[in-house]
Design a protein around this ligand. Structure first.
Ligand SMILES: C[S@@+](CC[C@H](N)C(=O)[O-])C[C@H]1O[C@@H](n2cnc3c(N)ncnc32)[C@H](O)[C@@H]1O
Length: 240
């Protein structure tokens, strides 16, 4: 909505860029990414690479578009709030100066996304800035597609959890849901697997790494998993 206060203000787009295959970018995401002057790219402080940027790189024009790197903390949760506020201010300054910006996020921007923190801060401190979200193909959907495994049918129930939860949470989820997707499994994968065994769910898990990319791996027999599979961009689908 355009109001007198935001008439000169740029628009913030939260753009989902999908799980990895550039062909899974939506037409809308592609159009917006080609028209904005600024593309904001979240990047772990510990990394020089960006998974999301690699997906869209071929659609950007490095001569005319600015890539604004947004560093984000990976382990110091106490400092995270300040880092996100600072990041939001960096972006808001440009939006308030009248430029549009697209903040890219792997998968969908509304699911466990770094964009949520920036969005929260912008909405709280710059309510004049218009925001539009462009949904993306989430890794959850892409992983189910790669595994050719329907997640839920009819009246079944689906839970999506980060794998940081322990066996009690998993037991509760198993009791209440038909299918559970565990995300962010890399560091906790071995523990998650041991928990499946203890809960009598051995043989019920499917591990999907880097769905939709040329490094994709789908493992139905979890005994086959190797060190190399411990990858941040992986998840477990557990179907009872
Ligand atoms: C911060 S969350 C982002 C989720 C993202 N917003 C989405 O909609 O997929 C990161 C987690 O998503 C999962 N993930 C992202 N891309 C993936 C892919 N191509 N294959 C498998 N899992 C992926 C992994 O579990 C990873 O730890």
């Amino acid at each position: 909505m355009t109001t007198p206060e935001n008439v000169n203000c740029g628009k913030l787009y939260g753009v989902g860029v999908g799980p990895g295959d550039p062909e899974l970018l939506t037409l809308k995401a592609q159009r917006i990414l080609q028209q904005v002057p600024i593309v904001c790219v979240p990047q772990a402080e510990t990394s020089t690479d960006s998974y999301a940027l690699n997906i869209v790189r071929e659609f950007l024009d490095r001569e005319t578009q600015e890539i604004m790197r947004i560093p984000f903390p990976t382990d110091d949760e106490d400092a995270a709030g300040d880092v996100w506020r600072h990041a939001a201010e960096m972006v808001a300054e440009r939006l308030n100066a009248g430029q549009d910006a697209a903040f890219i996020t792997e998968g969908d921007p509304m699911l466990y996304s770094t964009f949520s923190y920036v969005l929260e801060s912008i909405r709280a401190n710059h309510p004049n800035i218009p925001v539009e979200i462009v949904p993306g193909v989430s890794s959850v959907m892409a992983a189910a597609a790669s595994a050719v495994a329907p997640l839920v049918t009819h009246g079944q129930r689906l839970a999506i959890l980060p794998a940081v939860y322990g066996i009690d949470d998993l037991r509760e989820a198993i009791a209440n849901y038909d299918t559970i997707v565990l995300m962010k499994v890399n560091r906790t994968l071995l523990q998650a697997l041991a928990n499946l065994e203890k809960l009598g769910l051995a043989g019920k898990g499917i591990y999907v790494r880097r769905a939709s990319t040329d490094r994709e791996r789908v493992v139905q027999d979890l005994q086959q998993l190797t060190e190399e599979d411990l990858d941040y961009f992986s998840l477990l689908i557990i179907r009872k």
